[in-house]
Design a protein around this ligand. Structure first.
Ligand SMILES: Cc1ncc(COP(=O)(O)O)c(C=O)c1O
Length: 384
């Protein structure tokens, strides 16, 4: 069980980019990993493995155990498993985003904004056109503008649809009805879909994650899914992810990049993920309960202060618009909070290049005290 024991939840000044990029008096709530301990089973297994110096190239058995455990977890948690022989182990999800956007057929890539920043970079590197559809805020929740998206698909018929669900940074967990509309659009227009589902286990209240591929066999046949235990179990630095590439995908397109150029998962990453998938369901529930408290603190703060913060349905991120609270001549929220509140959040412009300057993304996966202090600093910086 997580508690307030400072030995369990601490600043991680060791190897973490999150805690080593700013001055010591700055609270860093930016990059998407947690300040919470990894599952104890994972820690013990890693310690045992390292103490045996068992750090050679990974065996076929380890690859098999990794993919099998990932698939069993998917079946148990989402009632859907991927076809085992279509699951490809990869080093990380970002690599797979670059791989799939470049290799799948399509002249442009359509995605929702605000968006996870590597989406912009991957599309640019692929040489394809980025076509974006901004999610409007309606009654406190960011929505897909289906009309706008349909129009963009109509204008760019030879496209790839790049999805992120649960959605970073708005925290939306798309409903079945929303996913079915997207699926219909994809099938009607013969679009390939890349579905980044790395945040699929970080769910609050009664929100349910529906794997995009599970919508129908036709959708599955056109969807490349990106999955990983790295966010779920807080082991991003160990590098292990997987891509589901359906058999119908033109193999020449997905395989054009020689496999030797793609780094695979690390043995410690696969081992840690497998152990976590096999044993750490209760740990995940406890961790989500712990983070819920921070989510509620943000919600109370938002109601009391009228600060427009999207309370996440999934992911441990919140997308905050500080527009009405910033000085007219100083409207870059990230820079303002870094300077005035010593808070390092993620800059809105990275997610929304036009109009994102008044926004920031905050990472809620930290200690209760850290969130309390961060909200206190935020409030004071905006003069409330
Ligand atoms: C939507 C999304 N995809 C991918 C990643 C990164 O995945 P990986 O570390 O496996 O490259 C993140 C990390 O924040 C993310 O939010």
């Amino acid at each position: 069980m997580l508690n307030e024991n400072p030995d369990q939840i601490r600043e991680r000044r060791g190897l973490s980019v999150k805690w080593n990029s700013y001055e010591k008096d700055v609270i860093p709530l930016w990059v998407a990993d947690m300040d919470l301990p990894t599952p104890p089973e994972v820690t013990q297994t890693l310690l045992d493995t390292i103490s045996r110096s068992d750090l050679g190239y990974p065996s076929k058995q380890l690859y098999d155990r990794y993919l099998t455990s990932l698939n069993h977890w998917s079946e148990d948690h989402f009632g859907y498993s991927y076809k085992a022989d279509e699951l490809e182990p990869v080093g990380d999800v970002v690599q797979a985003i670059y791989w799939a956007t470049k290799q799948l057929p399509g002249d442009s890539v359509i995605f929702l904004t605000p968006a996870y920043p590597p989406f912009f970079r991957a599309v640019k590197e692929s040489g394809k056109e980025a076509v974006t559809s901004q999610m409007p805020l309606l009654a406190g929740s960011y929505q897909i503008d289906m009309e706008d998206l349909r129009e963009k698909v109509r204008k760019h018929p030879n496209s790839i649809l790049l999805l992120c669900n649960p959605h970073n940074p708005t925290g939306r967990v798309f409903t079945r009805a929303e996913l079915e509309s997207l699926a219909e659009m994809a099938l009607e227009n013969d679009l390939w879909v890349i579905s980044d589902e790395i945040h699929r286990d970080i769910l609050f209240e009664d929100h349910v994650h529906i794997p995009f591929s599970s919508i129908s066999p036709e959708v599955e046949a056109r969807t490349v899914s990106l999955i990983s235990g790295s966010k779920t179990f807080n082991i991003a630095g160990l590098h292990a992810a997987a891509v589901h590439i359906p058999a119908g995908t033109p193999s020449e397109t997905m395989r054009l990049i020689p496999k030797g150029l793609l780094s695979g998962p690390s043995s410690l990453g696969m081992l840690a993920s497998a152990v976590a998938f096999e044993t750490s369901g209760t740990w995940l529930n406890d961790t989500l309960n712990y983070i819920s408290h921070n989510r509620e603190a943000l919600s109370d703060f938002s109601t009391a202060s009228k600060v427009n913060a999207a309370i996440p349905e999934g992911t441990y991120m919140s997308w905050i618009d500080l527009a009405p609270h910033l000085p007219a001549d100083d409207d870059n929220a990230y820079e303002y909070l870094l300077r005035e509140a010593k808070l390092a959040l993620s800059p809105g412009l990275d997610f929304l290049p036009v109009g994102g300057e008044t926004h920031v993304r905050i990472n809620l996966a930290t200690s209760h005290q850290t969130i309390e202090e961060s909200l206190r600093r935020l409030k004071s910086a905006i003069g409330l």
